[in-house]
Design a protein around this ligand. Structure first.
Ligand SMILES: C[C@@H](C(=O)O)C(=O)SCCNC(=O)CCNC(=O)[C@H](O)C(C)(C)COP(=O)(O)OP(=O)(O)OC[C@H]1O[C@@H](n2cnc3c(N)ncnc32)[C@H](O)[C@@H]1OP(=O)(O)O
Ligand SMILES: [Co+2]
Length: 132
């Protein structure tokens, strides 16, 4: 069902500030800055081999990223698994009793279909399913 880790989401206070670390220190390009108003956030991707780091910056206090930073500070926010058939994957998780945050996929960054499972049923890790 899971093809690979698509990306690791990191909650940051500022993509511009975080980019200094990725670009100036690590020499990795930060690309694809996009505003996703549905989630009240901005994203930017850093490609590390065939996995991406997704930097997440809140654009409103209502954003899940703002709430996360307020409670825990900056840090790893979620892990995204790449799947081929997100509807079938969600159905499978649901049938196994996993608590879904999204029963129906929604639009994510770069036009992906995404859906989240609740960290309380996935060992404390917010899990995103992602279909390109
Ligand atoms: C752009 C897109 C893309 O890739 O294309 C994205 O990634 S969008 C990425 C941003 N979007 C999302 O995250 C959408 C899905 N997320 C959500 O619906 C929410 O953030 C929840 C995960 C349900 C958490 O909601 P909320 O903060 O209101 O809940 P809460 O504070 O009551 O937390 C409930 C419990 O979950 C824990 N908890 C909260 N957020 C967590 C996280 N990111 N990782 C691990 N645990 C987490 C809390 O510590 C708490 O545990 P204790 O009770 O033990 O203290
Ligand atoms: Co994500």
């Amino acid at each position: 069902m899971v093809k690979k880790i698509d990306h690791i989401g990191i909650a940051v206070k500022s993509i511009e500030e975080a980019s200094k670390f990725y670009e100036d220190v690590l020499g990795q390009k930060v690309a694809g800055i996009e505003t996703l108003s549905s989630e009240n956030l901005k994203t930017a991707f850093v490609k590390i081999g065939d996995v991406e780091i997704e930097l997440l910056e809140a654009t409103s206090p209502d954003s899940p990223v703002a709430k996360f930073i307020e409670k825990k500070g900056e840090g790893i926010h979620h892990i995204a698994f790449k799947v081929d058939d997100i509807e079938a994957s969600l159905e499978k998780l649901k049938s196994k009793g996993i608590r879904l945050i999204d029963e129906i996929p929604k639009l994510g960054a770069e036009g992906s279909k995404i859906a989240f499972a609740h960290p309380k049923s996935t060992n404390g890790v917010l899990l995103e399913l992602c279909q390109k």
